[in-house]
Write a protein that binds this ligand. Structure first.
Ligand SMILES: [Fe+2]
Ligand SMILES: [Fe+2]
Length: 292
């Protein structure tokens, strides 16, 4: 892999993370929804109040609740009804997706990348993570869905705040043959996981949640638990199926097998999940078109 070094002085991780105001990448309401997702005491009423405070979010949630994906037989006109009909977990997934999708709105292409493609990848990783969680009978489906939606925010930060370097990386002819993180690290000195990790320090989220986003391409780290493995595997599955933006086509087979064995999954399970994911993606057209 050949990487041309820029002539200018490298920006440090701390400098760039200070420059990134998280509110410009993630709206405040998304943090409040994440609090509700991670708070076992959060109630349906809390979530209803939170969504209703933001009229644009309310209308997006209602649109989604009435979309074909959820197959409602009669129209849903109120957030309260969406919560009754679809349940707390599903509405948190819709609300989080609806609150962050604005950051992914842009069809400007840089080589094989655009933000809409990254949104498709993020939704696919979220859906795949849910399927994996369901397969291993884990009880945190909405948490892995949220992490899936947010896991590549570091790429948006590269696109937004390190655009010259990002363009140079994506135009490297070898970029799809090696992990994207290697190019980022070699050219800029840090990768999109480290960047999001630095910004995440200021977010009030459970450590396991932050660690899974900050280590989604790493398996040999003590911070990585079951949720991290699920996101790692989901990334591999979605990249291998070439859904949306593909971060890399290369797979570290040792790390992949380690994840499978730690989650007590077999290759056959992955094949079943791939089939299910393809049909989930077809059904999730409304989720995918949120960022159009
Ligand atoms: Fe990533
Ligand atoms: Fe990813």
């Amino acid at each position: 892999m050949v990487i041309k070094m820029p002539d200018t002085k490298k920006v440090t991780l701390q400098e760039i993370s200070q420059k990134i105001e998280s509110v410009s990448t993630i709206p405040t309401v998304a943090f409040q929804i994440l609090d509700a997702i991670n708070d076992p005491d959060a109630s349906v009423n809390d979530l209803e109040k939170l969504i209703k405070l933001d009229p644009s979010l309310s209308s997006k949630v209602l649109n989604m609740a009435n979309s074909a994906y959820f197959g409602q037989t009669s129209p849903v006109y109120e957030i309260k009804h969406a919560l009754i009909n679809l349940g707390f977990r599903t509405v948190t997934e819709i609300a989080l997706s609806a609150s962050v999708c604005e950051s992914f709105k842009s069809n400007e292409n840089i080589a094989h990348y655009n933000r809409t493609g990254l949104w498709e990848h993020s939704v696919a990783v979220a859906l795949c993570a849910k399927l994996l969680a369901k397969t291993i009978k884990a009880t945190y489906e909405e948490i892995v869905f949220s992490i899936g939606i947010l896991h590549d925010l570091g790429i948006i930060m590269f696109d937004q705040y390190l655009n010259d370097e990002f363009i140079e990386i994506l135009n490297n002819p070898d970029v799809q043959n090696y992990p994207l993180v290697l190019f980022e690290k070699e050219l800029v000195g840090f990768d999109h996981q480290e960047l999001v990790h630095e910004v995440l320090k200021t977010w009030k989220l459970p450590e396991a949640f932050k660690a899974s986003i900050a280590n989604h391409h790493i398996v040999d780290n003590n911070e990585c638990g079951e949720i991290c493995r699920i996101i790692y595997l989901s990334n591999i599955i979605c990249n291998s199926l070439k859904i949306g933006f593909v971060e890399t086509t290369s797979i570290d087979m040792d790390a992949y097998k380690l994840c499978l064995s730690e989650l007590q999954l077999k290759e056959d399970d992955v094949e079943v999940i791939k089939d299910k994911l393809q049909s989930e993606i077809k059904k999730a057209e409304d989720f995918l078109s949120m960022a159009n």
